[in-house]
Design a protein around this ligand. Structure first.
Ligand code: 5AD
Ligand code: FES
Length: 346
């Protein structure tokens, strides 16, 4: 199996069946070999730098009803909130002082903000922090709306495809949501010029190894600048409350494969990975990830933005998370840097 890893590292494309074989033949030794190769590729482009993104969870209202997600429309127990523009700007101010040069505005699909309040917010943030990158993560929109956000100054956009398999997608989402539209949105975003991120949950209900292979093929074809993956974690108030969680082990393996498949990709060690294992994010970095995304949301709303159970950092101030992560990265020989951390041009 090491030959498949070597092939990937030499930038030879793997077939669907080869990806399946590689994923299914995992062992501790094979993983260690994969992570060594992934780290070598990562070091070529990024050395021991880890980029930080300040995550601002600005609304948990959502018109969608994804079966896995804790802020789905039907969850009557979610306490809804929206930050005001002033509150959002104060998160940025704090974040800037802590050395963040990328802000990520993430929210449910909340019609209240779209599109006018969103464009004016983007303009204000970019005017106040011209040296910072602004990333949006607010779901599926029309081409015009994406274009308006880009023209207002947004640099990057995260929209996980969740699963590349249409049938699997329909088992994770209600009838109103379509896998075709999700993929169309991703192509629009790339086309408009956003640094674009897709991604998926590892171990989501009904997921097969073939689904994961299809995710990797889809990602290779789309060539996104960013990929976000993390384990599925059940949320108690969703239809998937009794489904098993994704594993640390498989998530790390996929991070390694992603690093070799897209050498320059900006790849976070996610909060979900830190939630299923106390050293999840450190292990993610050692498997090939190069980004961490601490929370900048006000502590007063942290406990309300729960996509899954037992989310970490819901009681910690931004500064605490920043310092905690700096310490954690240092402990494994990596260093958090004060930079935008754009996708390298060449
Ligand atoms: N477990 C893990 N990740 C989740 N997400 C949503 N719900 C869950 C969950 N229960 C992920 C989805 C979404 C991103 C913002 O969070 O992939 O795109
Ligand atoms: Fe939030 Fe460690 S990153 S407390």
């Amino acid at each position: 199996m090491k030959t498949l890893i070597d092939k990937l590292k030499q930038n030879t494309v793997l077939s669907r069946q080869e990806y399946i074989t590689l994923i299914d033949s995992r062992s501790p030794e094979l993983s260690e070999y994969l992570f060594e190769q992934a780290r070598e590729v990562r070091h070529r482009w990024y050395g021991n730098k880890v980029y930080v993104r300040g995550l601002i969870e600005f609304t948990n209202y959502c018109k969608n009803d994804c079966y896995y997600c804790g802020i789905r429309r039907s969850n009557r127990r979610a306490e809804r909130y929206r930050l005001t523009e002033e509150e959002i700007l104060s998160c940025c101010e704090q974040g800037y002082a802590l050395g963040f040069r990328t802000f990520v505005l993430q929210g449910g699909e909340d019609p209240y903000f779209m599109p006018d309040r969103m464009t004016s917010l983007i303009r204000r943030i970019k005017q106040l922090y011209p040296d910072c990158a602004l990333t949006l993560s607010v779901g599926e929109k029309s081409r015009d709306e994406y274009q308006a956000y880009f023209s207002a100054g947004a640099d990057r956009y995260l929209l996980r495809h969740e699963t590349a398999d249409n049938e699997h997608y329909r088992r994770l989402h209600p009838a109103g949501m379509s896998p075709e539209n999700r993929k169309r949105c991703l192509r629009r975003l790339k086309d408009i010029g956003f640094q674009t991120g897709c991604g998926f949950m590892v171990g989501s209900p009904y997921q097969t190894t073939a689904n994961l292979a299809d995710d990797l093929l889809f990602i290779r074809e789309l060539q996104p600048e960013m990929v976000g993956i993390g384990p599925f974690i059940a949320h108690q108030d969703t239809p998937f409350h009794d489904q098993p969680n994704g594993t640390l082990e498989l998530t790390l393996f996929l991070l390694g494969i992603l690093r070799l498949t897209l050498p320059k990709v900006l790849l976070p060690a996610t909060t979900a990975l830190g939630t299923i294992h106390p050293q999840g994010r450190e292990l993610g970095i050692l498997a090939g990830a190069n980004v961490v995304m601490p929370n900048l949301s006000p502590v007063s709303v942290r406990r309300k933005y729960l996509l899954y159970d037992n989310k970490i950092c819901t009681g910690d101030e931004a500064a605490e998370c920043r310092n905690c992560l700096a310490q954690r990265m240092k402990s494994i020989g990596y260093e958090i840097v004060t930079e935008r951390g754009d996708y390298p041009k060449d």
